[in-house]
Design a protein around this ligand. Structure first.
Ligand SMILES: C[S@@+](CC[C@H](N)C(=O)[O-])C[C@H]1O[C@@H](n2cnc3c(N)ncnc32)[C@H](O)[C@@H]1O
Length: 179
């Protein structure tokens, strides 16, 4: 079976504090590798909302998950993560890899507003190979500002050493609990 190995699968998801019965949004479903990994950490009640704005990517990855018997706990949405209709969902974690909208301005309030109190967000980027590390740092700075302005506290900003040719890192943050 040809199972796609997602970039930095474990490094990206570790630290997100996955709860077995949580509801998770994968804002960039892509070939489904990160969603598979999240599913493997969930129990019977856990769910993933898998979003991708490419119908081709979505239908191929959806078919692969179905074949492996993993699609029952996944809701698929073909949408731009910035404007996806997430009403009716309350979720604990948002995970996204290489999606530009999370570092433009304040970030998508339709997504961040709905994260449960105490829930986590992990946003990761891999810059083009050979690009300046400063570019990654600037991006992480923008994401931090966006998340902070929308009620999150940044827990860590991992810069991954395992990828030498392409600066890669992210921001992991937790939604502040309202007193
Ligand atoms: C690098 S892949 C993500 C990797 C994926 N999680 C995996 O395990 O293979 C990026 C994906 O995000 C999708 N994407 C990019 N911008 C998006 C957006 N604004 N909203 C939803 N999906 C987006 C692309 O179509 C692509 O499939």
């Amino acid at each position: 079976m040809n199972v796609h190995q997602s970039v930095l699968l474990q490094e990206a998801i570790n630290g997100l504090n996955i709860k077995p019965d949580g509801v998770y949004v994968d804002g960039t479903f892509g070939r489904g590798g990160h969603t598979r990994y999240i599913l493997s950490a969930l129990g019977a009640k856990g769910k993933v909302i898998a979003i991708d704005n490419s119908s081709a990517m979505l239908s191929k990855a959806k078919a692969r998950l179905k074949k492996s018997g993993l699609s029952e706990r996944v809701t698929f949405l073909e949408a731009d993560a910035a404007s996806a209709d997430l009403s009716g969902f309350d979720f604990d974690i948002v995970f996204a890899f290489n999606v530009s909208l999370f570092y433009k301005g304040a970030g998508p309030s339709n997504v961040f507003d709905r994260v449960a109190s105490g829930g986590h967000v992990g946003v990761f980027y891999q810059n083009p190979p050979g690009s300046d590390k400063q570019r990654l740092f600037n991006m992480l700075e923008n994401v931090t500002a966006g998340l902070t302005s929308q009620g999150f506290t940044v827990l860590k900003r991992p810069v991954l050493k395992s990828v030498v040719s392409a600066p890669t890192g992210g921001v992991v943050a937790v939604k502040n609990r309202v007193a």
